[in-house]
Design a protein around this ligand. Structure first.
Ligand SMILES: [Zn+2]
Length: 111
């Protein structure tokens, strides 16, 4: 992970997914559902064991972002349509999630 990944993105959009344009010009697109499912807060992940406690079935299928705000220069706090707003997504984490999603997609294309 290079230094750029930790920096505040150039631009953030949320319409059909969360689209982040990074300082190096690369763009990450993260589906809302996957992002909500990956919420790192204490209500969704056990702080002690690191085990996920959030049941994906409890997430509305039409989950979307109401608003998002920067937390310092390192993270994004997302306010979800299901009133969940304690998740702080670091830029590093968002970038890793996007890279994993891309990797999963290219794996699918392998016959
Ligand atoms: Zn959460």
């Amino acid at each position: 992970m290079n230094e750029l990944a930790k920096r505040k993105p150039k631009d953030i959009l949320f319409l059909d997914n969360l689209t982040i344009e990074w300082q190096d010009g690369s763009v990450s697109r993260l589906p809302f559902f996957a992002l909500r499912d990956g919420c790192p807060c204490a209500a969704c992940v056990d702080e002690v064991t690191g085990k996920k406690t959030l049941d994906p079935a409890s997430i509305p299928k039409d989950i979307h972002i109401i608003r998002a705000e920067y937390v310092g220069n390192y993270a994004l706090r997302i306010h979800w349509s299901d009133h969940h707003n304690t998740g702080i997504y670091t830029f590093r984490m968002l970038r890793q999630m996007a890279e994993l999603a891309t990797a999963a997609k290219s794996n699918d294309m392998v016959p």
